[in-house]
Design a binder for this molecule. Structure first.
Ligand code: AMP
Ligand code: MG
Length: 344
């Protein structure tokens, strides 16, 4: 398939992409979180092609992207809590799971009676949805299993020749996917952490919990969010997370750099103590937002380095850190090594 690369996202060019969507085609669009692989959410065939283009398992449902929160009425059963969240966080990087209306095909939800709704703030995504005149179902635009794409270059690597068009929107602002929450009566549960944190959400819905699978390996066959089951975000070499204080972790990395053919992913402050060979940084120790912004780009960069394995610093699991922790621990297949081996 010939892919149209739209490097200048003018209104006329976005209108071309919108025509592709309304005619059943696939378009990769930038969003504020990561790039999304979009199709008309009301067109079963187009939606099925999204799974094929990504190699995505057919039991991992898609998020439906809308131009305004009010449009959710057309596709889902909303609630007072949905509108409270919408008022505070939409448009923006929050996905809310609601009971679906019949108009949403089961191809979007993988047979579930709920649908994931999001209103992106990225102007190109917003314009594309408006001009298409339909809701856009879009998962992250990576090949299944690889880190989500946060730049045009990443998308071209994965999707050139597999989709009808790709729109260049530069680097994504946030860098990790949206926070996903499910509403249950007066309470809510976080299924995937993102830039909008537990603390932010608790101010609007005080009765909110974090699903166990956010930090731990998913053990059930039918988790609340099917995406929790899969290995994700992984570069081609295996990743090992290293837990420990600054000094002991730096010693651990030094020893590995001397004796192994490895890559190191560390905080900015660590770099001056280590060899620059196959070393990448992903933000300051306490700058979780920067870590989220850089993480997927850095994981992809290791693919062009001659390393057998990657050792990465364990991020904080607080605030936005939880989103970084959730992605890295999956990239690492849940393996955490203690830097100070006597603690093992
Ligand atoms: P992605 O589009 O690749 O960012 O992934 C979307 C995430 O939302 C996946 O983890 C899905 O499992 C999750 N998701 C989408 N729809 C639903 C739903 N109806 N119920 C629970 N989780 C959902
Ligand atoms: Mg994804």
């Amino acid at each position: 398939m010939q892919t149209l690369l739209i490097t200048s996202p003018t209104e006329a060019n976005i209108a071309k992409a919108a025509d592709i969507i309304s005619n059943g085609g696939l378009v990769v669009m930038p969003t504020e979180t990561v790039y999304g692989l979009g199709a008309n959410a009301l067109d079963k065939n187009a939606v099925t092609n999204v799974y094929k283009a990504k190699g995505r398992p057919m039991d991992n449902p898609l998020i439906v992207h809308l131009a305004t929160p009010e449009d959710a009425e057309l596709y889902a059963y909303t609630s007072e809590n949905f509108y409270k969240l919408a008022k505070r966080f939409m448009p923006g990087p929050l996905t809310v799971i609601l009971p679906k209306k019949d108009i949403i095909p089961y191809e979007v939800t993988c047979g579930l009676d709920t649908v994931a709704i999001r209103v992106p703030s990225n102007e190109i995504a917003h314009k594309l949805i408006e001009l298409s005149g339909c809701p856009i179902a879009a998962p992250s635009a990576n090949l299944s299993g690889k880190p989500s794409p946060t730049s045009f270059k990443h998308v071209v690597e994965d999707m050139n020749g597999r989709v009808d068009a790709i729109i260049d929107g530069g680097k994504c602002d946030v860098g990790v996917e949206s926070t996903v929450i499910i509403l249950k009566g007066n309470s809510a549960e976080i299924l995937r952490p993102g830039l909008i944190t537990y603390e932010d959400l608790a101010k609007v819905i005080p009765d909110i919990t974090i699903n166990e699978a956010v930090k731990n390996q998913c053990t059930t066959a039918n988790p609340a969010s099917p995406g929790m089951k899969y290995r994700h975000y992984a570069p081609s070499s295996p990743v090992f997370l290293v837990d420990g204080g600054d000094e002991e972790t730096i010693e651990f990395f030094k020893e590995k750099q001397q004796n192994e053919n490895c890559g190191i992913l560390c905080f900015d402050e660590d770099a001056k103590h280590l060899s620059a060979n196959n070393l990448l940084t992903f933000g300051g120790h306490f700058d979780e937002q920067k870590q989220a912004h850089e993480l997927f780009d850095m994981l992809r960069r290791f693919d062009s380095m001659p390393v057998d394995k990657i050792y990465a610093r364990l991020p904080s699991d607080k605030g936005v850190g939880l989103a970084v922790y959730n992605r890295l621990i999956r990239a690492a297949g849940f393996t955490i090594i203690k830097a100070n081996k006597t603690q093992e």
